[in-house]
Design a protein around this ligand. Structure first.
Ligand code: DGL
Length: 269
């Protein structure tokens, strides 16, 4: 038993797709969430910058004495995690292996699409996982740099979203994939538009949902579940506007988070 919080971070709102699953799966667990809204997007930055941001995000969460950290960001998971995972005293889990595992299990025709930020696609991390665990699988990748700004500005399912979805996904759709990894945690927020475009026969894999399932295994194995609920169960921190995060985060989480979000200076960490 360990009643310390689980630390979760992302460049912004996207990691809430993991936080929400964790809340649903583990009603007793407390979460410290950090959305680096002052430095979003990560996905268009160099590997060095992503690494630097990831270090400071982890240091911030460690200052809250978390028992484990979930990198709820495809970009930081693929570009930074492999370099840092053994450097810290708490376990750190990323989304790539969890989503890759789910995709390999889901595909029937051995054709998997992968969408993500430019940095994630450049890293080749998802494809590497898939080829290692299901040799012979064909993967089709597309970087979707406009998806994150669409989400951060609340365009979850508008005409603009539809246009951009078609632009980025037409190649993958015509490749005949039966499984699509939404390789960035922001993308499940565009799920309706993506699902409509790809059709009912394509399974969409959400990295946030998959990493929560993976976490269940880890919590069970290490017996570090929280025995009871904390009064201040969920705390959210951002590095820019509190109001915008409260508004959009609240819509996504389907509950008010007003008054639970604080702004911090991430440059100090
Ligand atoms: N949610 C992040 C990811 O999963 C978004 C990256 C970004 O800020 O560009 O990759």
């Amino acid at each position: 038993m360990d009643n310390r919080s689980i630390g979760v971070f992302d460049s912004g709102l996207g990691g809430l797709t993991a936080a929400k699953e964790i809340m649903d799966l583990f009603p007793n667990e407390s979460i410290v969430y950090f959305g680096d809204t002052g430095r979003v997007p990560y996905g268009t930055r160099s590997k060095e910058t992503i690494l630097k941001y990831t270090y400071s995000d982890i240091r911030f969460l460690l200052s809250h004495d978390v028992k484990m950290i979930v990198i709820a960001c495809g970009t930081a998971s693929s570009a930074a995690l492999p370099h840092i995972k053994d450097e810290f005293s708490v376990p750190i889990y990323g989304v790539v292996d969890a989503a890759g595992y789910a995709a390999v299990r889901a595909t029937k025709n051995g054709r998997i699409g992968i969408i993500g930020t430019s940095a994630t696609i450049k890293s080749g991390a998802y494809t590497e996982y898939i080829k290692a665990h299901r040799p012979g699988t064909a993967t089709f990748e597309s970087a979707c740099p406009l998806f994150v700004p669409l989400v951060e500005n609340g365009h979850f399912d508008t005409q603009l979203t539809e246009l951009v979805v078609e632009e980025y996904l037409s190649g993958i759709r015509s490749a005949g994939v039966d499984t699509l990894i939404l390789g960035c945690t922001h993308y499940p927020l565009l799920q309706k538009a993506i699902a409509r475009y790809m059709g009912n026969d394509v399974t969409l894999i959400s990295p946030g949902r998959e990493v929560s399932r993976f976490l269940k295994k880890k919590l069970d194995e290490s017996k570090r579940h929280s025995p009871e609920r904390d009064k201040e169960q969920y705390r959210y921190y951002v590095s820019d506007s509190v109001e915008q995060f409260e508004e959009l985060g609240g819509i996504f989480l389907e509950k008010e988070i007003d008054g639970q979000v604080s702004r911090i200076d991430i440059e100090k960490y």
